[in-house]
Ligand binder design. Structure first.
Ligand code: GLV
Ligand code: MN
Ligand code: MN
Length: 439
């Protein structure tokens, strides 16, 4: 395997006392010799996991929570030590900078997010964030200066609607800022809590051309790479995501005294609706997905017929028009269910939706050839998960690198990726950035 060619990071950090270190003066170190410290990546994954654990021992580093704030402070401290001089922009994104040889060039940026879903796992977002820092430290330890300035970006609130990256590309509305985040604060108040400035949100906007290229390393979150025994996924596109709050209104009445044919049972109608969503989504070929992942029943008692049900509907696909088409079909089915059950079903489309995005073809090729030159197998694939990269793609050539998720599990405490796969991904990220730097 070609990775054997790498000089171990430790041999170089110890001021040239390693086998290869003594042979190479710093200015002769070729980028191909650089390699990340896989152990350091894994130990930091575990360290970050300690922030945001709730009283039940579950991972709860949800955006804008105490755990998120503490985890961000820990991360910024490491960024400071790495000389990145981190700052927080108006949307709460953490940005660290490293100078290049040529200050007139636009920065190459990379990073991810460190917030998580409730009861989430330790790898989603954190891998790309910790690997970005690792890349900087590897360059520091080898006194390697790139031509372009480099930026590490840790986006705020990825899991609650990719808020930080949307704001950075000017895609956040007042409605979006007023929407409630997962912990109940409005996005605006949450952004304030993490050190941003929602009143001046526009100040974080980056325009087309401001960033030379953006690359995000991430766990796959599905099971394709593991099943096909592929080490590196090259992402060709990221799905769009649209959410609707669905309200089913019936009539709450006595569950003993109301005859079956006299009922307006909102939960019964909601159940039929959930089945209909599944039927509509699977009625046509393709990789589209649709989920009802949230339900609240009122009043919620054994002896009362449910009067009102609130559901959360989500549809994802790489093709925005297909999402609209599927939703129209779901609306039709809902109208029929409402008529037959004497209920009312209404939809409220949520702000902060994500458009589908294709990654940059040139960057895909660089990642693919870089991974292959390091001896890794690769596969071109789409991302069913949403990512900040899909918004950054509006203003800069963007790309994503995936590594396998064991068992294809994500958004779960069982989420896991091996230290070897994480180091492989980080080395592909490092060498990809160095190749982009040469272009
Ligand atoms: C984010 O991880 C999402 O896909 O919802
Ligand atoms: Mn993520
Ligand atoms: Mn996620």
């Amino acid at each position: 395997m070609q990775r054997r060619k790498f000089i171990k990071q430790s041999s170089l950090t110890l001021a040239g006392i390693g086998v290869f270190g003594s042979l190479l003066s710093n200015n002769r170190i070729n980028e191909i010799n650089l390699s990340v410290n896989g152990k350091r990546i894994e130990s930091r994954i575990f360290e970050l996991a300690k922030f945001g654990v709730d009283e039940k021992g579950r991972g709860f580093r949800v955006a804008y929570s105490k755990g998120d704030i503490e985890g961000r402070a820990w991360f910024m401290e490491l960024m400071k030590k790495a000389g990145l001089n981190p700052s927080i922009d108006a949307a709460g994104n953490i940005i660290g900078k490293r100078n290049g040889k040529n200050p007139s060039l636009k920065p190459i940026a990379f990073g991810s997010h460190i917030d998580m879903v409730p009861d989430g796992g330790n790898y989603d977002g954190t891998l790309g964030s910790i690997a970005a820092l690792e890349l900087i430290e590897t360059l520091n330890e080898n006194n390697f200066l790139t031509e372009h300035p480099l930026e590490v970006i840790i986006f705020g609130n990825e899991e609650g609607g990719t808020i930080g990256s949307k704001a950075m590309v000017g895609d956040i509305t007042n409605d979006g800022l007023n929407q409630k985040s997962q912990i109940g604060l409005t996005m605006a108040d949450g952004i304030k809590a993490i050190g941003g400035n929602p009143e001046n949100i526009q100040s974080c906007i980056r325009k087309k051309g401001d960033i030379h290229a953006w690359v995000e390393l991430h766990i796959e979150q599905g099971g394709i790479l593991e099943k096909e025994k592929i080490q590196i996924g090259v992402v060709e596109g990221i799905v769009g995501i649209v959410h609707w709050e669905v309200t089913v209104e019936g009539f709450a009445n006595h569950a003993g005294a109301t005859q079956m044919n006299m009922r307006q049972d909102a939960l019964l109608a909601a159940s039929k609706f959930i089945v209909a969503v599944n039927e509509v989504i699977t009625s046509i070929k393709g990789t589209q997905v649709g989920t009802v992942g949230k339900i609240a029943v009122q009043p919620g008692a054994y002896n009362v017929i449910p009067g009102k049900v609130q559901l959360g509907l989500e549809i994802r696909d790489l093709n925005a028009a297909k999402i609209e088409l599927l939703f129209k079909e779901i609306e039709k089915r809902a109208a029929a269910i409402a008529a037959s059950s004497k209920t009312k079903i209404s939809f409220e489309r949520q702000a902060n939706e994500s458009k589908p995005a294709l990654t940059d073809k040139g960057l895909q090729q660089i990642i693919d050839s870089t991974a292959k030159s390091l001896g890794f197998t690769t596969k071109l694939m789409q991302s069913g998960a949403g990512h900040d990269s899909q918004h950054v793609a509006d203003i800069a050539p963007s790309a994503m690198i995936f590594i396998p998720s064991v068992g294809g599990i994500s958004h779960s405490p069982k989420e896991f990726s091996t230290a070897t796969d994480m180091a492989n991904g980080a080395n592909v990220l490092l060498q990809t950035i160095l190749k982009i730097d040469k272009l």
